[in-house]
Design a protein around this ligand. Structure first.
Ligand SMILES: [Cu+2]
Length: 74
């Protein structure tokens, strides 16, 4: 299932990712948020599309991104 196919889709922009290792870290941390079904990351733009079975708190996403070592763009 891709993020776009999930019932709740959230898009955020993550700054500081430079390679596929960064992408994997962000994908893993966001994927641990309860309800998240899919995480699509575009390395070039930093755009992260999150698909979930329930609405996801923005603060939960910010915490997950922070734990991965990156930050959300404002
Ligand atoms: Cu990297």
């Amino acid at each position: 299932m891709t993020a776009a196919e999930s019932s709740n889709t959230v898009e955020v922009t993550v700054t500081g990712m430079t390679c596929e290792h960064c992408v994997a870290s962000v994908r893993e941390e966001i994927g641990e948020i309860p309800g998240v079904e899919a995480v699509d990351v575009d390395l070039t733009s930093g755009r992260v599309t999150i698909g979930a079975s329930a609405p996801i708190e923005h603060s939960a996403i910010a915490t997950a991104v922070d734990e991965a070592g990156y930050a959300l763009a404002e």
